[in-house]
Design a protein around this ligand. Structure first.
Ligand code: SF4
Length: 498
């Protein structure tokens, strides 16, 4: 159905609720205090090794770092200290998440957007992009491939900002996704956790989103630097309002959503500043709501159709600095999940995972309707950007298994109320590890039986054996229950967890 320009304008005009920004600001200022950040970056240059080692000891005790401490780590250039940072980051990750990796697939639901972000192929003024929103039938087709052929259990569904994919569309599309069940080799496949990457919503819309049972609500600030933000997001657009976006997680918490994901798109401004911005955001959420971000994403800017990134090339993040970003975030905010996506090459993803990243996508298609079309080629006219790693989930999981990591498809947490503060407290106490280990093995076994190639099943044997041995030794009280559940999975039962 056609939507007139007047209808779109009036929809845009009703989106931003000023009182849902001002209620959070202090003395008219937001929490990204740029002068303070710049001063901390300035005063913590050339750190001595004793100071760095003391900070790493604090990270090892799994505590958030202060902005000054993070600024120290950001400035480390000494190769030996960098090596020590890598070792510590991996130890921190192991303490909190053990050797588990979570996989997901992004699902782009449409590419209509009223905003006009300079760097995005979906921007409203890009006439060359083919616009589309998935219908209910098309969503079902996508899920049949994702859950029935590839074996994904988690999605990040991505929406632009447009009346065609407003909150009602989002709610009904999530319901559609949860309803699809597909017969597999030994059981059935379904999507069990839908994370949402969407615009900044009002509290009212966010309440609706909570009710449908979303996993994590993700909104990336793109850049925390105010002036740069204004350069790439035209003022008259919704996204042009820096603070509407900055405070959307505050509104989410107020609406009862306590799993939130923040992120920055690196490459618009100095990466050191952006890392500090992420830390300030995490600390602000923890201070106000008692919970930090469930996940942090740190994608690097990629070229897209009809976009020009001239003027930003000086902030392009090298591979070396990208690794420093990962280390700084892992060490400064130890409880957060860290996401690296298929924007990056296989080699970079491998290194990132060995330094503390906990989640990644695979078998990724970012064209609208890309999974069921399965053309095997990337289409600039339908994609927001171009991918760096197009390997299948099977290949990626095989590689993880060879690295000694177990891929967890566990989605029990939010379905058992282990979210927000509860999950953070469980992670802190080490209790969550028990549930996670148990559920990771069960869900991994389920996926191996239904979807893995012979090669991957063989590669997974040592990991599975090691995990089962550890459950037996460290969780003797749950081992009999674990064995019973494991046998039920082998017999084709699905989606069982503690
Ligand atoms: S980045 Fe998001 S908000 Fe901006 S034009 Fe692209 S889809 Fe729209």
């Amino acid at each position: 159905m056609a939507i007139s320009t007047e209808q779109i304008d009036s929809w845009i005009a009703g989106r931003i609720k000023e009182d849902e920004i001002t209620k959070y600001t202090r003395d008219g200022k937001d929490f990204i205090r740029e002068e303070e950040i710049e001063q901390k970056l300035e005063s913590n240059q050339n750190p001595d090794s004793k100071k760095v080692k003391d900070i790493l000891d604090k990270s090892l005790s799994v505590e958030n770092l202060t902005p000054d401490e993070a600024a120290v780590l950001i400035h480390v250039t000494d190769p030996q200290l960098l090596e020590l940072m890598k070792e510590t980051a991996l130890k921190v990750k192991k303490k909190v998440y053990d050797n588990r990796i979570v996989t997901f697939a992004p699902l782009y639901m449409g590419n209509y957007c009223v905003n006009n972000c300079a760097y995005c192929g979906f921007k409203s003024e890009n006439a060359d992009v083919k616009r589309k929103v998935l219908s209910k039938q098309e969503i079902i087709k996508e899920i049949e491939v994702l859950a029935g052929k590839i074996g994904h259990k988690r999605l990040v569904v991505v929406y632009g900002e447009h009346p065609r994919n407003d909150i009602d569309y989002i709610i009904s599309s999530i319901k559609t996704i949860y309803d699809v069940k597909v017969k597999t080799k030994h059981g059935f496949g379904s999507i069990r956790r839908v994370n949402v990457n969407a615009p900044a919503f009002s509290i009212n819309d966010l309440r609706k989103l909570r009710e449908v049972g979303l996993g994590t609500y993700q909104v990336f600030q793109e850049t925390y630097h105010h002036k740069t933000y204004a350069c790439i997001h035209p003022e008259q657009t919704i996204k042009g309002n820096y603070r509407w976006r900055l405070y959307c997680m505050h509104r989410a918490f107020e609406a009862g959503i306590d799993d939130v994901g923040i992120g920055a798109l690196f490459g618009f401004y100095d990466w050191k500043f952006e890392v500090m911005g992420l830390l300030y955001h995490a600390l602000e959420l923890e201070k106000r709501f008692g919970i930090g971000p469930h996940t942090i994403s740190f994608p690097r800017l990629e070229p897209a159709l009809n976009t020009s990134l001239n003027g930003f090339s000086r902030y392009r993040v090298s591979d070396k600095d990208f690794m420093k970003i990962i280390l700084a975030v892992r060490l400064a905010i130890p409880f957060t999940g860290m996401i690296i996506t298929a924007r990056e090459s296989a080699q970079i993803r491998r290194e990132a995972i060995s330094m503390g990243v906990t989640q990644t996508d695979a078998s990724t298609k970012i064209g609208i309707g890309g999974y069921s079309e399965n053309s095997g080629r990337q289409d600039k006219q339908k994609q927001q950007f171009i991918l760096g790693d197009t390997r299948s989930l099977d290949e990626v999981i095989r590689e993880f298994a060879r690295m000694g990591c177990i891929t967890s498809f566990c989605t029990a947490g939010y379905r058992c109320g282990r979210t927000g503060k509860r999950i953070m407290d469980l992670l802190r106490s080490g209790e969550e590890g028990k549930f996670c280990k148990f559920n990771a093995v069960l869900t991994f076994k389920e996926w191996l039986d239904d979807f893995a190639s012979k090669e991957t099943r063989i590669a997974a044997v040592p990991v599975l054996e090691k995990e089962i041995k550890e459950i037996k030794e460290t969780l003797p009280e749950v081992f009999p229950r674990f064995k019973e559940y494991y046998a039920r999975i082998e017999n084709g039962e699905r989606d069982i967890y503690i």
